[in-house]
Design a protein around this ligand. Structure first.
Ligand code: SF4
Length: 224
């Protein structure tokens, strides 16, 4: 386990840690995050706008950009932190062990993976699965914002603390965020449920019960 994975594990569990200085990666750009061009009106358009993106330093070590996948008109959207090794190889979100667990959660909710939409806060794998840096998140977020606008789900589930913090634009810990509906910072009308990341559940199976409590609230909200 890397230092950053260890850090995330403790943060996910709700334990407050003293801030430490993390090493800043070099980025390819320091430009302001882009806004959606008016010509972008479909998910394919977002993908075209993204192109072979080099807007942040995560482009250097990625194999594939993991754009997102699923039903373009999904009622439920899941947003994770970023691609892992399997996702980076295949170019698809949540296809590794954590993805298999997410599939089980989706099925337990009475849905199929094809019925939901799945994306991440950053679309390229951070080296050694470290937590994405704020500048990497801000460069990548406009594309996720466009995806959320176009899919227009009724509920978004934030998987893990990084996604929950990026979508709420807060630095609360998971214990404060989960268990009740929140709203997306820039889209207050959209319901958000933060919960633990499936990768956290693989390391802490006892938290599955807590996630299921959150998913039951989502199920009720969607009338499933
Ligand atoms: S993480 Fe996002 S902004 Fe950074 S290079 Fe990949 S696609 Fe571009």
């Amino acid at each position: 386990m890397t230092v950053n994975e260890y850090w995330s594990l403790w943060e996910e569990s709700g334990v407050e840690l003293q801030p430490v200085k993390r090493k800043k990666p070099k980025t390819t750009r320091t430009a302001k995050p882009e806004t959606v061009p008016s010509s972008v009106k479909t998910l394919e358009g977002v993908q075209k706008w993204l192109g072979s993106c080099t807007r942040c330093g995560l482009c250097r070590e990625r194999n594939e950009i993991v754009f997102g996948s699923g039903n373009p008109k999904a009622r439920l959207m899941f947003v994770g932190e970023g691609p892992g090794a399997d996702e980076d190889k295949q170019g698809l979100p949540f296809v590794g062990r954590a993805g298999q667990l997410l599939n089980k959660i989706i099925e337990a909710m009475g849905l199929t993976r094809e019925e939901v939409y799945i994306a991440n806060i950053v679309k390229c794998r951070p080296p050694s699965n470290r937590v994405p840096e704020p500048d990497e998140i801000s460069q990548c977020l406009p594309f996720l914002k466009a995806q959320i606008d176009l899919v227009s789900p009724e509920v978004v589930v934030a998987l893990g603390l990084t996604a929950a913090r990026a979508l709420t634009e807060t630095d609360h810990n998971m214990a404060n965020l989960r268990g009740q509906f929140q709203t997306i910072a820039w889209k207050k009308e959209l319901t958000l449920m933060p919960t633990y990341h499936p990768a956290y559940l693989l390391r802490n199976p006892s938290a599955k019960k807590i996630v299921w409590e959150d998913m039951k609230l989502v199920k009720d909200r969607l009338g499933l």
